[in-house]
Design a protein around this ligand. Structure first.
Ligand SMILES: CC(C)(COP(=O)(O)OP(=O)(O)OC[C@H]1O[C@@H](n2cnc3c(N)ncnc32)[C@H](O)[C@@H]1OP(=O)(O)O)[C@@H](O)C(=O)NCCC(=O)NCCS
Length: 240
């Protein structure tokens, strides 16, 4: 019995996330719609299910479905209305330029290694002029995905969340068990951002940035918020 439910769960998880959310929303709204219908019927003392009542039940269900989907998009966390493209579909020059502008070079160094970000798999958000307004890069290694970079140029518009979701979906498709990333001690915004999205603190590498600076001397000593850039913090989110 346990094996059957495990198998069913595996098949279910293989269905694209959006389809899963849609099916669950449909089921929930039909259920509540029917409950509301039964309540109305009881109050009004109806005894039989005739055609107008069935139509009413259907309309209420559709209304709830619409409300649920709308609520999901409201905070712009899914990025359904955002233009997200794979970096494979962008000119490499544009991706390299993005990193050079924002990080000094496409090379990223952390305790896990040195990464040429413009050669990694990734997703980008484009504006109406096809300019990159957000970019995430990652590596999938076995059952683990590591996010190497995430940058949003227009903050608080859902870009960071949408890109993170896109990588989590890709990781689920590849049957990854977890997504991990490294950030630095000064980056209080990112540490909060990831924790609010299910990531937990999983490791602290004291003075790791000192070693990284030997490979990439351009890494500043102090962040814009005045905090010395010193340590690396590992954050992990389990997908299963
Ligand atoms: C961390 C970072 C990626 C977040 O990106 P972002 O685009 O601002 O992220 P979002 O807009 O999705 O979310 C930020 C906040 O805006 C809110 N938000 C999202 N859409 C919104 C909207 N339409 N209106 C108002 N607020 C909104 C989110 O709810 C979120 O708040 P919360 O974290 O309290 O829930 C971004 O700050 C960044 O690029 N930092 C510099 C680089 C960096 O540090 N990268 C991470 C290191 S790996």
């Amino acid at each position: 019995m346990g094996k059957i439910s495990e198998k069913l769960l595996t098949y279910w998880l293989a269905v694209p996330r959006q389809v899963r959310v849609f099916c669950l929303s449909l089921f929930t709204s039909c259920f509540f719609g029917y409950m509301i219908y039964l309540g109305i019927k009881r109050v009004l003392q109806f005894h039989t299910l005739n055609r107008p009542e069935t139509i009413l039940c259907g309309i209420v269900s559709l209304f709830i479905l619409f409300a649920l989907n709308h609520a999901n998009n409201g905070k712009n966390t899914g990025g359904d209305d955002m233009k997200i493209v794979s970096t494979k579909d962008l000119p490499k020059r544009a991706v390299s330029q993005f990193f050079t502008t924002h990080w000094g070079s496409p090379v990223m160094v952390n305790s896990n290694g040195t990464f040429q970000c413009d050669e990694l798999e990734g997703y980008a958000v484009l504006d109406e002029n096809r300019e990159i307004t957000g970019l995430i890069t990652f590596i999938i290694n076995g059952t683990e995905c590591e996010i190497i970079s995430l940058d949003s140029i227009i903050e608080n518009n859902g870009i960071g969340s949408a890109l993170l979701k896109e990588v989590e979906r890709a990781s689920e498709r590849e049957r990854c068990e977890q997504v991990k990333l490294i950030t630095t001690n000064d980056n209080v915004r990112a540490i909060g951002f990831y924790q609010k999205r299910g990531y937990v603190l999983a490791g602290l590498f004291v003075n790791a940035v000192e070693k990284a600076r030997k490979i990439k001397p351009g890494i500043p000593f102090t962040a814009d918020n005045g905090i010395p850039i010193r340590d690396e913090i590992l954050l992990v989110k389990r997908l299963t």
